[in-house]
Ligand binder design. Structure first.
Ligand code: NCD
Length: 353
């Protein structure tokens, strides 16, 4: 693995070795304080973030490396009209690894075409968020002993929730997983995710009610309704507050079920749930930092690639997803990939029409 753009691209053996490393770090963090000494991470955050940005920063600092970057794109040259390509060419001349978060889907993939150093996708619009998945898998493995055979309820905004998409991608690498996808119809998982699950023979049931399925779950993964991704504010108003996990609802859950959440929480888990031993979301955030340490160690120590293969400029990209990176960066090549036999954009996964 050279970049981490989509968890689906990470072979299972590489995940296993990253997890083994994360686990070693959790058990003995003091042993790793120098492994990235002299290494520099560029954190380019074009979209608000608290947890993920802090988590990547502290991960690098705890490895003995340093971090620079921005958390507000208005303070970077993007505000002057610089292309993503130029920013990445320049930054990859300064840093050993680039961590980026953007509102544009497929932006990390685009950056990886031009970067001399590894690129990590720290969230690209409503598309993917593979390092949150590293936090999620680390939490499940540490607290439940493994991932195979789990019954997972994913609840909330499954259309725009990038953490959910990455988690589903990852679960295809494990055995005998059962999904309950709990969402209102307008916020159901995107077609490309449904195609992915079918193609990989994954078992999933789409439901609109949370309470009826709670007793069957080993993990309940709650998510926020992603207000900033709604084009129509009325659609948000209709769906906000639709699922609220309370202490009372938890009465019917298994005694060892995990309540997980990528955070930030709005109102989908009441605060009284925090004291239930099954609520592990803050621990999940801490595990995320250790998992990112394992990732940064792996990527930042890779030799810099002096020559990046030329990117062929093809005909104009045909993706019509308004949030796709190809909409704002017209020089990008028209990458195409198949999802469930359908031609899709190689950056954002949306079906090409
Ligand atoms: C998530 C994200 O940014 O997608 N947060 C995070 O990275 N922990 C979830 C969210 O914003 O709802």
């Amino acid at each position: 693995m050279r970049h981490l753009i989509d968890f689906g691209d990470l072979p299972r053996e590489e995940w296993d070795s990253l997890y083994a490393r994360a686990s070693e770090i959790i058990d003995n963090p003091g042993k790793f304080i120098d492994v990235c000494r002299g290494k520099v991470s560029a954190n380019l955050f074009y979209e608000p973030s608290t947890r993920t940005n802090f988590s990547f920063q502290t991960a690098m600092l705890r490895l003995g490396g340093t971090v620079f970057g921005f958390a507000d794109p208005n303070s970077s040259s993007v505000a002057k009209g610089e292309t993503l390509k130029d920013t990445i060419k320049m930054v990859s001349g300064y840093a050993d690894v680039i961590v980026m978060r953007t509102p544009w889907e497929g932006a990390a993939k685009a950056a990886s075409l031009y970067s001399h150093v590894p690129v990590v996708n720290a969230g690209d619009g409503g598309h993917m968020h593979p390092t949150q998945t590293m936090a999620d898998l680390t939490t499940m493995t540490r607290l439940l002993g493994g991932v195979d055979g789990l019954s997972l309820g994913l609840c909330g905004d499954l259309k725009n929730g990038r953490t959910v998409h990455s988690l589903i991608k990852a679960m295809a690498k494990f055995q005998n997983i059962q999904f309950f996808l709990i969402a209102p119809r307008e916020l159901a998982i995107p077609d490309y995710m449904r195609a992915f699950m079918r193609e990989n023979g994954m078992r999933f049931t789409e439901v609109t009610g949370l309470e009826a399925v709670i007793p069957q779950l080993d993990v309940l993964y709650m998510t926020r309704i992603q207000k900033e991704r709604f084009v129509d504010p009325l659609e948000y108003e209709r769906n906000k507050g639709i699922y609220i996990l309370t202490r009372r609802k938890l009465d019917r859950a298994k005694k060892n079920m995990l309540v997980m959440h990528p955070l930030p929480r709005v109102d989908e888990i009441t605060v009284d749930v925090d004291d239930d031993p099954r609520a592990v979301y803050f621990q999940q955030a801490r595990y995320g930092m250790f998992a990112r340490m394992a990732l940064l160690e792996h990527l930042a120590l890779q030799p810099r690639q002096e020559t990046v293969p030329p990117v062929e400029i093809g005909t104009k990209p045909v993706c019509t997803n308004p949030r796709c990176i190809t909409q704002t960066q017209p020089y990008l090549p028209p990458l195409v990939k198949k999802n469930g036999g359908v031609d899709c954009c190689g950056f954002c996964d949306a079906a090409l029409r």
